[in-house]
Design a binder for this molecule. Structure first.
Ligand code: FAD
Length: 464
């Protein structure tokens, strides 16, 4: 055909999955083209996801910690909140990282083509960009087109009704905010807005917030965060909303629905994400996309078309950046002829709320449902010198072990820095460690990390 560019590997989408795949493929000596519709690399995660949310969560965590210091005899005045500067800080963080990615792409001689890509046949992708249309001919392809927020069809178009991308713009601090969907993304954004002064309501269809995490972990978060909420509406649905001058009036139905419509200054819809599989011309390449937009892959991230792989949010749950990165590496290595497979035992989850909640592997809830016989080791942070010194001893660390073999099956942590602490548990699961391995590992004192060793020590059968 008449291609404008030819390459060994085409990567469609420059999120964590796509740029990781592109960089790994280039490092393995392949000629790579990376196609991205937006002007910056990094996808959802860097531009409107993981990173901006963590920049804002950091700022408000410091704000709330500063407030709490009054109890230690150190008091500040009321904080002066300058939203323009806070936004600029967040945008600066994004800029550093996306700029860094652009430099890394150049250093590896990855050709970045800006524009929306669509397959035209199994070996060609057409890119519509500002400079016109380009056709890329490829030997292999990696689809990494990611996902977007689900929009509730009955909500009106109004700038006071936003998804996570809109919430991260931080246009103003509302007096009353409704969060539709009590999962990680909704509650992280709620934490930010609440710390800046908003009163929150949350509505969730399921019987509990943070679905997926064990209830004992969530309970600790709930106790610490109850002060942020006027209403926690579980087993309740949003059924309609009306945009009026004085606010967004929302009606609810279900177990905890108020009788009257409620007025909000800002409504965040955080009810999940759906894959971008519909608009990439997958048909033309022969790649099967299911009715929800997901693409099925094998353990080498190969689609039904052997030279086309797919990775990240577009191949399914969990929709997490670290999963996308790992899959990107597998796909690039497989294309380079390596015997790489996706064989990770576990993928950790973290809610970067305050306190954080992190979990990995088998949860206690799943263990009970599946009838798995397990021993549990729990270490309450009320017995951790470091947590007490930090004034944050509400957390705990929980490890689950196979009752027969003693091997670790999973674990959960709630408390400050739980997201950083869970990595040791992830490594333990990957290494097939048992309670003795972890309990007899010397952890530095006094650290929150000690709680992992202590939890292993209190598990049954390790005090030999
Ligand atoms: P994406 O990051 O979605 O990237 C896909 C890219 O493909 C996009 O840049 C898109 O523009 C591009 N694209 C799509 N179609 C085309 C096309 N036809 N042509 C050209 N380009 C195209 N995950 C975590 O692990 N930790 C977190 O703390 C975390 N926080 C989050 C917070 C928020 C608010 C949100 C929304 C998500 C968060 N996530 C987090 C999830 C994380 O962002 C995603 O799992 C991750 O970005 C998925 O990476 P990906 O490479 O599959 O796709």
């Amino acid at each position: 055909g008449n291609a404008d560019i030819e390459c060994d590997v085409l990567v469609l989408g420059a999120g964590p999955g796509g740029y990781s795949a592109a960089f790994r493929a280039a490092d393995l000596g392949l000629d790579v083209v990376l196609v991205e519709r937006y002007p910056t690399l990094g996808g959802v995660c860097l531009n409107v996801g993981c990173i901006p949310s963590k920049a804002l969560l950091h700022s408000v965590a410091v704000l709330e910690e500063a407030r709490s210091l009054a109890a230690h005899g150190i008091a500040f005045g009321e904080p002066q909140i300058d939203l323009d500067k806070l936004r600029a800080y967040k945008d600066g963080v994004i800029g550093k990282l996306t700029g860094g990615l652009a430099g890394m792409a150049r250093a590896r001689k990855v050709t970045v083509v800006q524009g929306a890509g669509r397959f035209v046949d199994p070996f060609h992708l057409q890119v519509e960009g500002e400079g016109g249309t380009k056709v890329v001919k490829f030997g292999s392809a990696i689809i990494a087109a990611g996902s977007e927020a689900v929009k509730l069809p009955f909500l009106p178009q109004d700038e006071r009704i936003v998804d996570s991308t809109g919430a991260l713009k931080l246009k103003a601090i509302p007096e009353r905010m409704l969060i539709i969907g009590g999962g990680i993304i909704g509650l992280e954004m709620g934490t930010v807005y609440s710390a800046l002064g908003a009163r929150l309501d949350v509505v969730e269809m399921l019987p509990g917030l943070m679905p997926g995490a064990d209830r004992d972990l969530v309970k600790v978060w709930e106790k610490m965060n109850a002060r942020r909420f006027d209403r926690v509406m579980l087993e309740t649905r949003t059924v309609s909303a009306e945009a009026r001058d004085d606010g967004i009036w929302v009606k609810f139905e279900g177990k905890n629905a108020p009788d009257e419509p409620q007025r909000y200054d800002l409504v965040l819809q955080a009810v999940g994400r759906r894959p971008n599989g519909a608009a990439i011309g997958a048909d033309a390449a022969g790649v099967q996309v299911d009715e929800r937009g997901f693409i099925a892959v094998d353990k080498q991230m190969r689609t039904n078309v052997p030279h086309i792989h797919a990775i990240g949010d577009i191949v399914g749950q969990p929709m997490l950046a670290h999963k996308a990165v790992h899959e990107g590496h597998v796909a690039a290595e497989a294309i380079a002829g390596h015997k790489s497979f996706f064989d990770a035992r576990v993928i950790p989850s973290v809610a970067y709320t305050d306190p954080e909640i992190a979990w990995v592997g088998l949860t206690e809830d799943e263990a009970r449902k599946q009838g798995v016989k397990y021993d549990k080791g729990v270490f309450p942070w009320a017995a951790s010198g470091r947590a007490i010194a930090n004034g944050r001893d509400e957390g705990f660390t929980k490890l689950l072990f196979d009752a027969d073999t003693g091997r670790i099956l999973g674990g959960g942590i709630v408390g400050t820095h739980a997201g950083d602490l869970i990595s040791e548990v992830v490594l333990a699961v990957e290494m097939g460690a048992d309670a003795v391995d972890i309990g007899k590992t010397i952890h530095p004192h006094p650290t929150l990390g000690e709680s992992v060793g202590m939890a292993a020590e209190v598990a049954k059968g390790t005090c030999t």
